[in-house]
Ligand binder design. Structure first.
Ligand code: RM4
Ligand code: MN
Length: 388
């Protein structure tokens, strides 16, 4: 049996970052269904994120998306977060929602558009300075829809140049996280479509550039834990954007579609001793709650990550290694499956109680009256959504 004290100690070290955009109204290109009580401002998003931390105890930071979370005074937003017991985390740049970006942002053939995109990325580093954020997360919608539309190699050169300019602006304790995505919105070629492309750029840039694995950004059937193992081995896994996908980039709650995959991913993280904050792997959620209430959905997501992590921690490393060494395929697989099939919910409930929290965060949130309070108070104004 695995030493449960060690398992709990490891779980206490894990921190999960929430996305500000999960609290706003979102939907598909067919319809956004608004919900009552949704935050109107980054200040209110921060308050909602703090609720998730209040009931889970492991979600002490909120990522922001610029310009969706533009405020006049970022230092004040940082203080506001602090007053509510959390911090402002990763700064996400947005160079995909302006008319100028029809043919791309940093890869655009027009140097004027490229300059505009780079200026925004540099602005985001200014925001980081004010919020105290460590990480700049870059996701580019850049790509082409038709063969011949633009020169694939030239676009890579433009990308490399833009990244180098932004990288040079980072302080010593700041990082650039480069996210990849197979397709969408571009349907023929995407300029950062996979971990290999992202890693090549990061290696060229330097040690402060690392790859982000968004679990929804792969082709069906991709072995994501293999990618995770490779990036950890290279010391270049900057973090995760966790979510679930059934078909494409569905942005559903992490652990909803394939909790076993999440477990396998967490096994590779633990295998590399990368659960603790000092390892530099950011465990972020990147989700949209289109039809379910947002705050409890974030709580549920955090719990799903914890459950997968706890199960992966239950794998007996010695038993697994011995079986692998002996070529005992069934015993090795059983070491994984026995851990996966363990119900870790009582362990996590105990962990929460030990931390002075309610063992059942979703029910505790429901009973807190916060949902009713925001519905009553947040009347008027424009609910936050995918816009500025
Ligand atoms: C993108 C990507 C980014 C996220 C935006 C909202 O698909 O996953 O991480 O910031 O969506
Ligand atoms: Mn993402």
């Amino acid at each position: 049996m695995r030493d449960l004290t060690a398992v709990k100690a490891a779980l206490r070290q894990q921190q999960i970052e929430l996305p500000s955009w999960a609290f706003g109204n979102t939907g598909t290109r067919f319809k956004v269904f608004g919900q009552p009580g949704v935050p109107r401002t980054p200040w209110e998003k921060t308050e909602d994120a703090a609720q998730v931390h209040r009931f889970t105890g492991v979600a002490p930071s909120m990522a922001v998306h610029i310009p969706w979370d533009r405020v006049d005074d970022y230092a004040a937003l940082r203080r506001h977060a602090g007053d509510h017991g959390i911090t402002i985390g990763t700064v996400n740049a947005n160079v995909f929602q302006d008319d100028d970006y029809k043919l791309g942002s940093v890869c655009n053939p027009d140097p004027r558009v490229r300059e505009k995109a780079v200026a925004h990325l540099l602005d985001c580093v200014d925001v980081m300075d004010a919020t105290g954020s460590r990480d700049l997360k870059l996701w580019f919608a850049d790509g082409t829809n038709y063969p011949g539309q633009d020169d694939i190699r030239a676009r890579q050169d433009r990308l490399a140049q833009a990244l180098a300019t932004v990288y040079a602006r980072l302080a010593a304790d700041q990082r650039m996280l480069l996210e990849y995505k197979l397709f969408e919105p571009s349907f023929y070629s995407t300029d950062v479509p996979d971990w290999g492309t992202s890693l090549l750029h990061c290696l060229a840039l330097g040690p402060q550039a690392e790859v982000v694995v968004d679990t929804g950004h792969h082709a069906p059937g991709t072995n994501i834990e293999f990618i995770v193992a490779m990036l950890l081995r290279a010391g270049r896994l900057g973090g995760f954007d966790f979510n679930s996908r059934f078909y494409a980039d569905d942005d559903l709650m992490v652990g909803a579609a394939d909790p076993f995959q999440l477990f396998r991913i967490m096994h590779e993280v633990i295998r590399a001793d990368a659960l603790k904050a000092a390892a530099g792997v950011a465990f972020m959620l990147d989700q949209c709650h289109n039809i379910e209430p947002k705050i409890p959905a974030q709580i549920r997501s955090v719990m799903n990550v914890q459950e997968a992590t706890a199960k992966a921690l239950l794998i007996e490393p010695d038993v697994l290694a011995t079986a692998q060494q002996a070529g005992d395929v069934l015993a090795a697989n059983a070491a994984m499956m026995d851990a996966y099939n363990t119900d870790v919910r009582p362990l996590l409930a105990e962990l929460r109680e030990e931390a002075g929290l309610d063992p059942d965060p979703v029910t505790a949130y429901r009973g807190s009256g916060y949902a009713e309070k925001i519905v009553a108070e947040r009347v008027g104004g424009t609910p936050a959504s995918w816009g500025t």
